[in-house]
Design a binder for this molecule. Structure first.
Ligand SMILES: Nc1ncnc2c1ncn2[C@@H]1O[C@H](COP(=O)(O)OP(=O)(O)OP(=O)(O)O)[C@@H](O)[C@H]1O
Ligand SMILES: [Mg+2]
Length: 279
């Protein structure tokens, strides 16, 4: 075989030793197929994928895919100012829409340890999850669930915790996000979180992720509340605002879900140098 300058240092008689930094075993992922008869009716991307509402989530997907073309822009946090504005439903529908797109593995993480709903909306029984991993009682492979919906993998919230703020702001959480992020470059990781104005959880989570999808309950959340909450998310750029539960969308009674608007706030930090040309 012809030797080249590039390969010669790998010859067996060469003294140079190649040391790996770490060897990462492949995750063993349990499979719990979602039963669509158990899924919440608002998870339209599963219940009614051809609906106008599902189409809106696919449009949201297209916008986010365009916004995250660059390497490593793959961790997205879904949050809102206040409770009950549709964060969890938006997280699931967005994750399913992404997972239905070929070649995109999607990990949906229920990081709302105060009010975990993702597994319930998906009709999955999941006693253990993120909180158990962060507490050190299980391995990550014990708590990941393959849903059978495209390439959607779920990391449920797990055992109710007395100290969610500490768990979510821990080094272990930071390391987990970084590991998940770098292990699979083509994997999107979506975090459902608590509301920004109710606890510090979403604010601390924002320092781990690349971008934020901010949910606004249409015709309900006051603008000053939205601005106040977005102002607190100093560590990650807000990639988009999702107006959820828009009444009488398009003038028809479609029971549609949201209207998405790209939100560009020059005061928001960016995590890459050239984020501006992504939209
Ligand atoms: N677009 C929608 N149309 C109708 N109902 C919706 C819509 N989005 C969410 N809901 C309903 O509103 C309620 C709250 O939704 P969801 O749990 O997603 O909100 P959340 O922001 O995650 O709440 P929390 O702050 O408690 O975590 C649920 O009953 C859900 O089914
Ligand atoms: Mg929720």
């Amino acid at each position: 075989m012809r030797k080249s300058a590039r390969t010669s240092y790998l010859e067996p008689d060469n003294n140079v030793k190649i040391k790996g930094l770490a060897s990462l075993p492949e995750f063993q992922i349990r499979e719990i197929a979602i039963d669509s008869s158990q899924v919440d009716r608002h998870v339209v991307t599963i219940i009614d994928p051809l609906s106008a509402a599902s189409e809106q989530y696919r449009k949201l997907r297209a916008r986010i895919l365009a916004a995250t073309k660059q390497d490593f822009q793959n961790t997205i946090m879904v949050t809102s100012a206040d409770v009950g504005e549709g964060k969890s439903i938006t997280s699931i529908n967005f994750a399913v829409a992404l997972a239905q797109e070929i070649d995109h593995t999607v990990l949906l993480v229920d990081a709302d340890l105060r009010k975990p709903m993702i597994h319930k909306y998906l009709g999955i029984k999941a006693d253990r999850g993120l909180s158990d991993y962060l507490s050190g009682t299980v391995d990550i492979s014990d708590v990941l669930i393959h849903t059978g919906v495209g390439k959607l993998v779920l990391l449920p919230a797990g055992t109710p915790s007395m100290n969610p703020a500490e768990l979510l702001s821990s080094n272990r959480m930071n390391e987990l996000v970084q590991e998940l992020k770098y292990r699979y470059r083509d994997r999107y990781i979506i975090f459902d979180t608590s509301p920004v104005l109710v606890s510090a959880d979403a604010i601390s989570m924002s320092s781990y992720v690349d971008g934020v999808l901010f949910v606004v309950a249409a015709a309900k959340t006051p603008e000053r509340t939205v601005k106040k909450a977005i102002g607190l998310l100093q560590s990650a750029p807000v990639w988009g605002v999702v107006f959820n539960n828009v009444p009488d969308y398009l003038g028809k009674n479609l029971h549609p879900y949201y209207y998405y608007r790209y939100h560009q706030d020059t005061n928001q930090p960016t995590k890459t140098n050239n984020k501006d040309d992504k939209h």
